[in-house]
Design a protein around this ligand. Structure first.
Ligand code: CAA
Length: 257
């Protein structure tokens, strides 16, 4: 598959997706959103890929937001369509993808960029990263799921503060607020993402996909989450990976998934 706006590489069971528009600080235009969506779908279909790492090209930005130049003249209808299409094509797809994703935030993650990171399952950031949802400074609100996912991650109070001040927070604050799981030197960002990925890869991909599905269901509706957990817990007993995982434990060896 040929891409214009992203780089895609896979090695050692990890897919590396790099948003590659550094002159625009990796801003997400609609073409980039479609390419990202295709890359994530292909990675999910490819059973040799067990984890996805998403990052931005060069050292300045992860993604500086949706491409403002693209929507500056949009009507109300076009604006609604931009948000709907973006959420359905990419952000919901990424959040519900059974192959886990790690956002390696290497610089500015603003607006749609932070929304992209928040749709990933794990976020880590480099020390120079700056994160925020500055949309209200442009007279608009986050449209790629940011109002909902930020409140889920950091709580309503901090989310509203971040959104209505349009401010940026440091990696250290993001870690303290629960927005990112870890932060580190920029040179250590990809090695840290790979270290986390290497732990994920050792585990049952079927069980991982089910765990993601159940956690996501519970965030939307906690009662449904508990119900789905019971059902999917039982479903695991039918998988060969369950037989391999439990037998490996009893035989005092490492499971081979
Ligand atoms: N869209 C389009 N182009 C962008 C962009 C964006 N979101 N962010 C940066 N760029 C472009 C700039 O226009 C500039 O291009 P030119 O050289 O052609 O002028 C280039 O990237 C470099 O940017 P700056 O010169 O601004 O770099 P800086 O170091 O002075 O500032 C910055 C960096 C603080 C990140 C600043 O670029 C900035 O504030 N960017 C916009 C951030 C933003 O508002 N994001 C939210 C977008 S709206 C959104 O995402 C909606 C949604 O939820 C769906």
């Amino acid at each position: 598959m040929e891409y214009k706006n992203i780089l895609f590489e896979s090695k050692n069971k990890i897919a590396y997706i790099t948003i590659n528009r550094p002159k625009q600080l990796n801003a997400l235009n609609s073409e980039t959103i479609i390419e990202l969506s295709k890359a994530i779908s292909l990675a999910e279909e490819d059973k040799s890929i067990r984890c996805i790492i998403i990052t931005g090209a060069e050292n300045k930005a992860f993604v500086a937001g949706a491409d403002i130049k693209e929507f500056v003249n949009y009507s109300k209808k076009e604006g609604q369509e931009l948000a709907r299409k973006g959420q359905e094509t990419l952000f919901d797809l990424l959040e519900n993808c059974g192959t886990p994703s790690i956002a390696a935030i290497n610089g500015f993650a603003l607006g749609g960029g932070l929304e992209l990171a928040m749709a990933c399952h794990i976020r880590i950031a480099s020390e120079n990263a700056k994160m925020g949802l500055p949309e209200v400074s442009l007279g608009v609100i986050p449209g790629y799921g940011g109002t909902q996912r930020l409140a889920n991650l950091v709580g309503k109070g901090k989310a509203i503060e971040m959104i209505i001040t349009a401010g940026m927070i440091s990696s250290e604050d993001a870690k303290n607020w629960g927005l990112v799981n870890h932060f580190c030197l920029q040179t250590e960002l990809l090695p840290l993402a790979e270290k986390i990925a290497s732990k994920i890869i050792q585990n049952s991909p079927i069980a991982i996909a089910k765990a993601i599905k159940v956690v996501n269901a519970g965030v939307k509706d906690s009662l449904k989450g508990f119900e789905l957990e019971k059902k999917e817990f039982g479903n695991c007993f039918e998988s060969e990976e369950f037989i391999e995982g439990t037998n490996a434990f009893l035989e005092k060896r490492k499971a081979n998934f």
